[in-house]
Design a protein around this ligand. Structure first.
Ligand SMILES: [Zn+2]
Length: 213
């Protein structure tokens, strides 16, 4: 939906209001995190069973991975949201400063780097080695997510970075607008965009209705 795994991670909270309003979190347990990671293609079937086995025998590692993931999620949001067109980032809604969000990402990234491995690459046109992120099944998911997040933070085209407009009934999710004319406003037209259209229609009808006496 977001156009990047790190944005998909940010969008596992809906709506993204940051003003104390009720939000729904899709990642409340290690099992949900595992299923979601498979769904977005972050891990393959083999990773899935390796992680599941490790977590089953060491639930404290599963909880640790979930905690790390949520920290990466919020840090990524805090870093990106202030630069996203259409984002509503209430000053008192952002609990931590952007600077400390960078620091948190950096710490998680260096831990992930320590668990990564450079291996001789297959016979290809480009490169002689391959970087394997996540050599420890227990922390494989947060490791891959933070590497993806740092890559996004470094390379994101800022004119493509948008937030589904909360002020117009959107959900605040972040996404990349890759349309040629940069005209995408909503995270998904059939969802938020439609809701906003219906509401606008209702407002117009009310405005033109003859008042009952
Ligand atoms: Zn939306």
């Amino acid at each position: 939906m977001g156009g990047h795994p790190a944005l998909d991670l940010v969008n596992t909270v809906t709506p993204r209001l940051r003003d104390g309003a009720a939000e729904h979190d899709y990642l409340t347990s290690p099992a949900e995190l595992l299923d979601w990671s498979r769904r977005i293609g972050l891990i393959d079937l083999r990773d899935h069973s390796a992680i599941e086995g490790t977590w089953r025998s060491a639930p404290e590692l599963a909880a640790k991975a979930l905690g790390a993931t949520l920290e990466i999620r919020e840090a990524t949001y805090d870093v990106l949201a202030p630069r996203a067109a259409g984002a509503v980032v209430a000053i008192d809604g952002v609990k931590r400063s952007q600077g400390s969000a960078f620091e948190r990402l950096m710490l998680r990234w260096s831990a992930a780097a320590a668990r990564s491995m450079l291996i001789p690459g297959a016979d290809r046109e480009r490169g002689v080695a391959e970087l394997v992120v996540g050599t420890s099944p227990a922390q494989l998911i947060p490791d891959r997510l933070v590497v993806a997040a740092v890559e996004l933070v470094r390379t994101v085209e800022l004119r493509q970075l948008r937030a589904c407009p909360v002020d117009d009934g959107g959900c605040g999710w972040l996404f990349l607008d890759r349309s040629r004319n940069g005209s995408r406003r909503w995270c998904a037209m059939e969802d938020c965009g439609t809701r906003a259209k219906i509401r606008k229609l209702g407002e117009r009808r009310r405005a033109t209705a003859v008042p009952q006496s």
